[in-house]
Design a binder for this molecule. Structure first.
Ligand SMILES: Cc1ncc(COP(=O)(O)O)c(C=O)c1O
Length: 389
């Protein structure tokens, strides 16, 4: 567990490093990549050993008997999230963007509305729009640097054409861990408007000290319209394994989902299953605890440095390693603050508007990296905005 180790990812087909110049005009040679949500760390030894074992065996045939893999998922949900699930509730998709697309496909029809609380993870809107459904943006309220929901406003926005709501819990960006009362509010909203509730909980393991993720499944009376999505990939930094869990308790919703999986001929990739089985283990859990402590240190250092720049405000993260920085206090146009970050600080960070309404004044910075890299990024940003000091 050496999170301080710097690993050069250039030239490895890393989307984060090898595509940064084309997208942000920031060279990987002297720039810092802080956009895509994967980390600069190797996964725990148990995951690396699982891949090494496959490699040493050297035969890569079809995977059979998902029993141990599903038992590992059930164990993780029970021990880490106090959530008792049954192996039969689990589908494995090719990641959760795929899971989102599968849900849109299984539970809505072309032209239906799918509700998002924006700003939110950009792939949701992309998938919804590409499937010919309508993206319905319900904007979160930024209450002094903390996102909250305004259900009266959202109720007034509904037209009756909406069929699904995708919740991001914990929320990306902004890092909110939704409270039980907020989750109950979301569940009641879904019921009032007869929406299937898809709860993307991919960031559930990466909570900051003092915050506990509550599975949406813990809210009473929601099971008959709930689909939960989780994955090992964010937690253990194995996004390239492209696997995710779609967990559905309700038999009818499960049958609908299973039918679409079958119709598309989808079955999982053995690499993802081997890695997930190894990751969801006591050794994996120990690594995650150490990772969380390290990310908390990065967050504290980053926030202190950024909030010291007049006009910049980093949202306090309850969870995730994705800092969400508000530049509105600089009085600069979006073009100007973005140009300073990219051209002067030489940092590639996600542009706020890609997350939907409410994101215009923001950039998102990935803190899942060795501390020295985050320190360097802070120093560069302080220098790029030094005229504001
Ligand atoms: C909320 C959320 N869902 C899904 C994903 C991506 O999932 P996957 O890599 O499994 O497709 C991300 C990645 O950042 C995310 O933030």
């Amino acid at each position: 567990m050496n999170f301080d180790q710097k690993i050069d990812r250039r030239g490895t087909h890393s989307v984060k490093w090898d595509n940064m110049e084309a997208i942000y005009g920031v060279s990987p040679d002297d720039g810092i990549s802080m956009w895509v949500a994967d980390m600069e760390f190797q996964p725990p030894q148990c995951v690396q050993d699982a891949i090494k074992k496959m490699h040493d065996h050297g035969v890569y045939g079809y995977y059979g008997d998902e029993g141990p893999y599903k038992d590992a998922i059930c164990w993780w949900m029970k021990t880490r999230h106090n959530w008792q699930i049954d192996p039969s509730w689990i589908f494995t998709t090719h990641g959760l963007v795929n899971g989102t697309g599968m849900c849109v496909d299984a539970y809505t029809n072309p032209g239906d509305g799918v509700v998002l609380f924006t700003p939110v993870y950009h792939a949701f809107a992309r998938v919804i729009a590409a499937a010919g459904r309508e993206v319905v943006e319900c904007e979160l309220v930024n209450n002094d640097g903390r996102y909250e929901m305004d259900f009266d406003a959202y109720d007034a926005q509904m037209t009756g054409n909406e069929r699904m709501l995708i919740l991001c819990s914990p929320h990306n960006p902004g890092g909110r861990v939704w409270t039980r009362a907020e989750l109950a509010g979301v569940a009641a909203f879904a019921k009032r408007h007869q929406l299937i509730l898809v709860s993307d909980e991919i960031h559930h393991d990466l909570t900051m000290p003092g915050h506990t993720h509550i599975p949406t499944a813990h809210i009473d009376g929601i099971a008959d319209r709930l689909v939960t999505m989780t994955a090992t990939t964010k937690t253990f930094n194995i996004a390239g394994s492209h696997s995710g869990n779609v967990i559905i308790e309700d038999p009818d919703l499960r049958a609908q989902f299973g039918k679409r999986m079958a119709a598309l001929g989808l079955s999982p990739n053995s690499f993802g299953l081997f890695m997930a089985t190894a990751a969801y283990s006591p050794e994996g859990a120990e690594w995650v605890d150490a990772l969380k402590a390290y990310l908390d240190g990065n967050r504290q250092m980053f926030d202190a440095g950024i909030n010291a720049i007049p006009g910049l405000k980093s949202m306090p993260l309850d969870a995730t390693y994705l800092a969400w920085v508000d530049f509105s206090g600089t009085g600069m146009s979006r073009e100007e603050f973005t140009a300073r970050v990219q051209n002067e600080a030489k940092i590639a960070a996600n542009h706020g508007p890609t997350f939907g309404s409410g994101g215009d004044d923001f950039l998102r910075f990935n803190l899942g990296a060795p501390r020295a890299q985050i320190e360097e990024a802070v120093a560069r940003l302080q220098s790029a905005f030094s005229d504001l000091q």
